[in-house]
Design a protein around this ligand. Structure first.
Ligand code: F6P
Length: 538
């Protein structure tokens, strides 16, 4: 089925949605005391409560039928077994193989990649352990104290998110720094906050051609040399890439090059050697827990029918709201400061994957393949964009992410406040406030004043409850979103694994840079470029 809108199920879904428009979610709860049990599912330490959507078991059945019509389960088999699901680049997307410890052989281009993955993991963990134990020493014979990760996009967001989220699991004193933007300010910060004699520099780039990463690496290397640290490169530098030949040409010795693979997309690469900062922070055991949490979610997604499958449910609900509630955006609100970097991470995962306008045949899409994703740590978001969620004209489904048990023992009141905040936001979105409620409470208000206090209610949200934030549940959460995105791509019939849209800007940059750095030509017509040149004094 190429376009699900043309499926015979579509009129039934439409009619069901129309009928439900007249029903309040609160009434659905009153009518069915076991609604929470009926509309929730648990796997891998994560509970998904999707009972707050304006839906019934009929809706759920129709959505499950839609999943069958889209061959969702078969498409997941294609993903997991290494079929070339990345059609424009004719290769598989096998990030799931990186977290499969079962050692079941999996062949890509005649090679059992499970052996390749295992061998690279053994090298990576041995290196991480040597750094952690102080056995890997700097050029001046000292133990490493600081790690600088130089990378951008998938080569930054995963390491940054995971080391921020799992700070409480750090069993080393190593300090972590991240250099992603081409802006000089963070580079200066790294220079002033680290001692080159005890710092390890990681250049992480799947392609090893990314301008930001190579420029930052070159500038840092040049700075160190200018300061007389001539022996730090390559002794204290390592590269992570799918193109070891390029890293070799740059001057990295083979033992300082760790591989990620062509069949692992940048935004899915945290499970590979790109995860080195996390391995340095929580060690091999912690990193393996992270992988096994993700693998547990993989198994759930692979083996569970759509109506009980967390990733498929999230995708089906997103697709349903996109088509019937014109939901062009979705928010993610993690009620956990440790998960503050989750939204930028998911933004790349979702928007680089689903920001497409044509289907697999190259035909123009009739609806968006995935919504705009935004959000912020929950308590902070409440005081920023939640007003829009409650009273704005758009329907914006929200994922509230909650942690059941806090890591710190004496966190009782703060943790309860955090949970209560999330639950009350979800409840307010569901309940709303009607004109009648307002008038009963404030009879003196004019009609216009009362109208400003009305909240429409019935605004959809999911609650995702992690038993605890651990390496395993974080792994499961990230895998869940990866699979939601893949399921969304199947429903929209698009390729989520390429990102051709980012190429043109990269190609235009060199000429613009040359023009910006060239001396001002007085005959040049006025433009923003000439203004910029004047401001820069060139
Ligand atoms: O420009 C987008 C992108 O290609 C992302 O997909 C990727 O994660 C990022 O750039 C960094 O790429 P690389 O790891 O090759 O440096």
């Amino acid at each position: 089925m190429k376009n699900l809108i043309e499926s015979p199920l579509w009129p039934a879904l439409k009619a069901d949605h129309e009928t439900l428009k007249k029903t309040d979610v609160t009434d659905l709860f009153s009518a069915n005391p076991s609604r929470f049990d009926d509309f929730s599912v648990k796997s891998s330490g994560i509970l998904l409560d999707y009972s707050r959507h304006r839906m019934t078991k009929t809706t759920l059945g129709l959505l499950a039928d839609l999943a069958s019509m889209a061959n969702l389960s078969a498409q997941f088999q294609a993903l997991f077994t290494g079929k070339p699901v990345n059609t424009t680049e004719n290769r598989p997307a096998l990030h799931t193989a990186l977290r499969d410890a079962s050692k079941k052989p999996l062949t890509v281009s005649g090679e059992n990649i499970q052996t390749t993955v295992e061998n690279e993991q053994i090298r990576l963990f041995a290196f991480a352990e040597a750094v952690r134990l102080g056995q890997f020493v700097s050029a001046s014979g000292k133990a490493i104290t600081d790690i600088v990760n130089i990378g951008i996009g998938g080569s930054h967001l995963g390491p940054y998110l995971t080391t921020t989220a799992l700070k409480d699991f750090a069993n080393t004193k190593l300090r972590f720094h991240f250099l992603s933007s081409i802006d000089k300010a963070p580079l200066n910060d790294v220079i002033t906050s680290t001692n080159p004699e005890t710092t390890l520099y990681i250049v992480s780039s799947k392609s090893f051609t990314t301008l930001e990463t190579l420029t930052n690496a070159n500038s840092l290397k040049a700075y160190l040399q200018s300061q007389g640290h001539t022996d730090i490169f390559p002794k204290q530098w390592v590269a992570i890439t799918a193109h070891p030949d390029k890293a070799l040409a740059y001057g990295f010795p083979p033992e300082h090059i760790f591989e990620t693979f062509s069949w692992v997309g940048g935004r899915y690469s945290i499970w590979s050697s790109v995860g080195l900062p996390l391995a340095l922070m929580i060690g091999e055991r912690g990193f393996r827990d992270f992988l096994s949490g993700a693998h547990s979610m993989d198994e759930h997604v692979k083996n569970t029918p759509p109506e009980k499958n967390m990733a498929m449910l999230l995708a089906l609900l997103s697709f349903w709201h996109a088509h019937f509630d014109q939901a062009t955006a979705e928010a993610v609100a993690p009620y956990s400061q440790r998960l503050q970097a989750l939204v930028p991470y998911l933004q790349q995962a979702a928007m680089e994957s689903l920001g497409k306008s044509v289907n697999l045949n190259g035909d123009t899409l009739t609806a968006h393949a995935g919504p705009v994703l935004f959000g912020q740590e929950g308590s902070e978001g409440q005081h920023a964009y939640h007003q829009f969620l409650h009273q704005g004209t758009l329907c914006i489904p929200v994922d509230f992410i909650l942690i059941g048990r806090p890591h710190e023992k004496h966190n009782g009141h703060h943790h309860c406040m955090l949970l209560a905040s999330a639950l009350s936001q979800a409840e307010a979105l569901t309940q709303g406030l009607s004109t009648a409620d307002i008038q009963a409470k404030h009879p003196h208000l004019t009609k216009a004043q009362a109208a400003h206090l009305v909240l429409p209610g019935n605004r959809p949200c999911n609650l995702l409850l992690l038993d605890e934030l651990t390496p395993a549940t974080l792994g499961a959460l990230l895998a869940l979103y990866e699979h939601k995105i893949y399921a969304q791509s199947v429903l929209a019939n698009i390729n989520p694994f390429d990102q051709w849209g980012v190429e043109l800007g990269k190609q235009l940059l060199p000429d613009i840079l040359t023009a910006l750095e060239a001396p001002t030509n007085p005959n040049e017509p006025s433009s923003l470029l000439t203004h910029l040149k004047k401001l820069r004094g060139s």
